[in-house]
Design a protein around this ligand. Structure first.
Ligand code: ATP
Length: 376
């Protein structure tokens, strides 16, 4: 068990590429933290610096209070699980799991019996007991990934590092293995840092998620906090599927958000602390699930409906995504109950009720700070 602390850590590759830019992050003992962000945001580089596979250009990395910048990977007492499993093809599952312990048996003070016990325990936890004599090529992708996890478990490390471990699995297996990893963490309580580009994986696994972009941490908080209170437009659009909708407009008479010939009345909590931002262009953020169809007259004509033209309807089973367009705005999407769809079809006019208390207001500049957070 361990606390992992990154202080002002940067990675500058030859040629001056700042892949990670002065990040501060403390992963508490027993915590499961997920680094998530689009390709190239620096999450793998961060993980590899923690593992010791990548040199740290600036800043300090501590494990349990001890600075380990110059400590070799094998002496950091952390175990990494990779996307491509990296199993030895000529060794059995048993041997793959036991190998690193056997290599360092004397150094670690382990007996053969103890290694055997650890391998069998890990195999039991991971449902691999019946496969111990097989070679990796005779296993499914999910089983191979479990062997890779098993190899990490037997080392009883201070921390687990996972680098996109589920990317090679098909969708169903990904969800199953995801929940196995979660159960494993509940059981072992080992400090874990997990890298993924998949926001859903991040949301379901992490005690906290760290959203990264361009080598910088954008937000670090529990998943629901990030979903409900994104600090900027990037985080708002990255977390949640379909992503949050954005409407460009201005604020008039204090609480009226005006866009084209339409307006929505904002609740006071959104506008309470806007300060200077109130005068400039603003962007209203609305999640697809915070809208519903109001064509059936239920809300039609009332305040807080957006009118548009339906472009595409995507049934999902119990829910349906209704895409619609308006002049001079990006396409919007409303996720609503499938049985509310009556009468709606592509090219028909649509009216969409907006749950205004679930909306966000962002500045219209490149950073797009969430200016409605100050009011909560
Ligand atoms: P992905 O999900 O695609 O792996 P990532 O968020 O993990 O992306 P990194 O692999 O950490 O991103 O890369 C961060 C940045 O550093 C990228 O712009 C990448 O091109 C750059 N980079 C990575 N490795 C090197 C290297 N060896 N030399 C130069 N630049 C590098």
């Amino acid at each position: 068990m361990a606390t992992v602390e990154l202080k002002q850590v940067s990675k500058i590759y030859p040629g001056g590429v700042r892949a990670v830019n002065s990040i501060n992050l403390t992963i508490k003992d027993r915590e499961f933290v997920v680094l998530v962000g689009p390709s190239g945001c620096g999450k793998t580089t961060t993980l590899r610096m923690v593992a010791g596979l990548e040199e740290i250009s600036e800043g300090t990395l501590s494990i349990d209070g001890r600075v380990v910048n110059n400590v070799a990977p094998k002496d950091r007492d952390i175990a990494m699980v990779f996307q491509n499993y990296a199993l030895y093809p000529h060794m059995s599952v048993y041997k793959n799991m036991a190998f690193s312990l056997q290599l360092r048996r004397r150094e670690l003070g382990l007996t053969k019996q103890l290694i055997d016990q650890r391998v069998r325990e890990a195999a039991a936890i991971l449902g691999l007991t019946d496969y111990l004599q097989r070679k990796p090529k005779a296993l499914s992708g999910g089983q191979r990934q479990r062997v890779a996890v098993g190899r990490a478990i037997v080392r009883d490390p201070k921390a687990f590092l996972f680098d996109e471990p589920l990317s090679n699995l098909d969708a169903k297996l990904r969800v199953e293995t995801r929940s196995e990893i979660k159960k494993l963490h509940l059981r072992l309580q080992t400090t874990t840092i997990y890298v993924t580009h998949d926001q859903e994986e991040a949301m379901t696994l992490g005690d906290r998620i760290v959203v990264m972009k361009d080598g910088l941490i954008q937000q670090c908080a529990p998943p629901l906090e990030v979903y409900e209170h994104p600090v900027n437009r990037f985080v708002a659009s990255f977390v949640g599927t379909p992503p949050m909708n954005f409407l460009s407009g201005t604020l008039q008479s204090g609480r009226e958000f005006v866009f084209g010939d339409q307006r929505l009345t904002l609740p006071e909590k959104l506008t309470a602390n806007l300060g200077q931002s109130a005068a400039g262009p603003l962007i209203l953020g609305v999640r697809p699930e915070s809208m519903s169809l109001c064509n059936e007259g239920r809300f039609a004509g009332e305040n807080n409906c957006i009118r548009g033209t339906v472009s595409v309807i995507e049934p999902l089973g119990d829910k349906v995504d209704v895409y619609f367009t308006m002049a001079n705005q990006p396409q919007m999407v409303c996720r609503t109950d499938a049985h509310h769809l009556a009468g709606i079809r592509p090219q028909s006019p649509g009216s969409f009720f907006v749950a205004m208390d679930k909306c966000h207001l962002f500045e219209a500049d490149a950073i797009g700070r969430n200016v409605s957070l100050a009011g909560r």
